[in-house]
Ligand binder design. Structure first.
Ligand code: EPZ
Length: 422
């Protein structure tokens, strides 16, 4: 297992390219199941989560070729049983369920394992697919969905106690593309990654309107055809580097971003006293650490609100920002594992009932810390950039799940770090 040694205190400057979105790539790769023709998907980031998805598709019988960010998938022959051991390891693999059910009228997918950010139920996914006519059974840790007479359109409300579900919306939308008749999804997730999936499906011949709003309509069609698509930029990777630049930067430029997707993150950084400038086309931004940073309060909420996937990174920034900050995560109230590690580095944070109260300290100090989930690991890297001494971040595989060559990109910005075999 690799670990990262980060020697704090070196400022960041320069420019890097942001990769394609992991969270757009995963459902789009799964959507290729809906046709027997070739799909060519560009800018798929080389991270372990997308590698898992490619392995799952190959195990299902797809012919997959991957070369420098482009994935070609052909699902001419496809089985309906997803490999238990692979699916269990990645929650997002649940998004093969809707396409398999639509294409094969049967899907066998393992119940996702829980994970460190909280319980990851699938009740909303099942509610939606049952409404389309699927019968759901459970056996040996698998969910078995069948629809021998095919799926039929329905009116479905996907709202859960913590708001809409991103992958649940994706699953139902994909299944509904081949259902008989009209499907309406109320309380749909409106994330940019849902819009990117809908654009991919429409390019395949689906008839979807309303993606990006809370009401999505899907008119079923008989079949879908192959397509060529380029994935949107990764707004969470961009946000992570924006936070790094606010923490340790002396002018950092990020290319291949999408200003529209970064409004809530930009607003949070400006509220904390930092500067963010976009170019006229909105695909490049430059961040300067503010001269007078100040604590601020944040509440995560579904898009276009402040993303839960950027909660840990902002906590790392606010840990050394003067003043008191309060961060509440309404989507994953348990997503505060990074706080215990940040406190090991000297942060002053108290966590209670889904809320973290952060009292900014002058400086953090290096300590051996443990990565726990994807975004918590990123938060620890950010904290280490300005901490006194050398911080060792163990279990780096968490960060490799969702960040494409994060150490190489930080080195390009002048960070002083190295990846070593643990
Ligand atoms: C997606 O996960 C993202 N993953 C997550 O990013 C992100 O944190 C999350 O959306 C919220 O924005 C991918 O897109 C691959 P949800 P997803 O269903 O779709 C509850 C990362 O760091 N819920 O939108 O699985 C759930 O417990 C990852 O890249 C139910 O109650 O999340 C949560 O509280 C981490 N029942 C809320 O809804 C269900 O059936 C939102 O979850 C499904 C979800």
């Amino acid at each position: 297992m690799d670990k990262l040694l980060v020697h704090g205190g070196t400022p960041l400057q320069g420019a890097i390219n942001i990769s394609g979105s992991k969270n757009a790539s995963l459902p789009i790769l799964a959507a290729a199941i809906l046709t027997g023709e070739d799909c060519l998907i560009n800018r798929v980031p080389d991270v372990s989560d997308t590698n898992y998805m490619v392995q799952i598709l190959s195990a299902l019988g797809a012919d997959v070729e991957r070369y420098s960010g482009t994935v070609r998938i052909s699902c001419a022959e496809i089985s309906e049983e997803a490999p238990y051991d692979l699916v269990r390891r990645m929650r997002a693999s649940i998004c093969v369920m809707g396409p398999l059910l639509a294409r094969k009228r049967r899907a066998v997918v393992s119940l996702p394992g829980g994970c460190i950010i909280g319980d990851r139920p699938v009740d909303l996914h099942l509610r939606g697919l049952e409404a389309l006519g699927a019968k759901v059974e459970f056996e040996g840790g698998n969910m078995i969905l069948t629809a021998p007479d095919g799926l039929r359109g329905a009116e479905i409300d996907l709202r859960g106690t913590h708001g809409p579900t991103v992958l649940g919306t994706d699953n139902v939308m994909m299944a509904a593309t081949l259902a008989d008749g009209l499907t309406v999804i109320e309380s749909a997730a409106a994330e940019p990654e849902v819009i990117d999936l809908a654009n991919f499906l429409n390019a395949m011949g689906a008839k979807i309107t309303g993606a990006g709003t809370t009401r999505i309509e899907i008119e079923g069609v008989k079949e879908l055809h192959g397509v060529r698509h380029t994935v949107i930029p990764d707004r969470i990777e961009a946000g992570t580097f924006m936070a790094a630049a606010a923490l340790a930067g002396e002018g950092v430029t990020l290319r291949r971003v999408c200003q529209e997707h970064l409004k809530a993150i930009t607003a949070a950084l400006v509220k904390a006293g930092h500067q963010v400038q976009f170019n006229p086309t909105g695909d490049t931004c430059t961040i300067h650490r503010g001269a007078d940073p100040k604590g601020c309060d944040l509440i995560t909420s579904p898009y276009p609100g402040y993303p839960t996937d950027m909660q840990a990174q902002m906590t790392a920034l606010l840990a050394t920002t003067p003043g008191i900050s309060v961060i509440k995560d309404t989507i994953f109230p348990q997503r505060f594992m990074h706080c215990a590690e940040l406190k090991r580095m000297g942060a002053d944070i108290t966590v209670d009932n889904g809320t973290a109260v952060i009292r900014g300290v002058e400086k953090l100090s290096a300590a051996p810390v443990m990565a726990s989930d994807l975004r918590a690991s990123a938060a620890l890297v950010l904290a280490a950039l300005t901490a006194k001494g050398t911080t060792a971040i163990n279990r780096l595989y968490h960060i490799d799940r969702g960040y494409e060559h994060i150490d190489e990109k930080l080195l390009m910005l002048g960070a002083n770090l190295e990846r070593v075999k643990a």
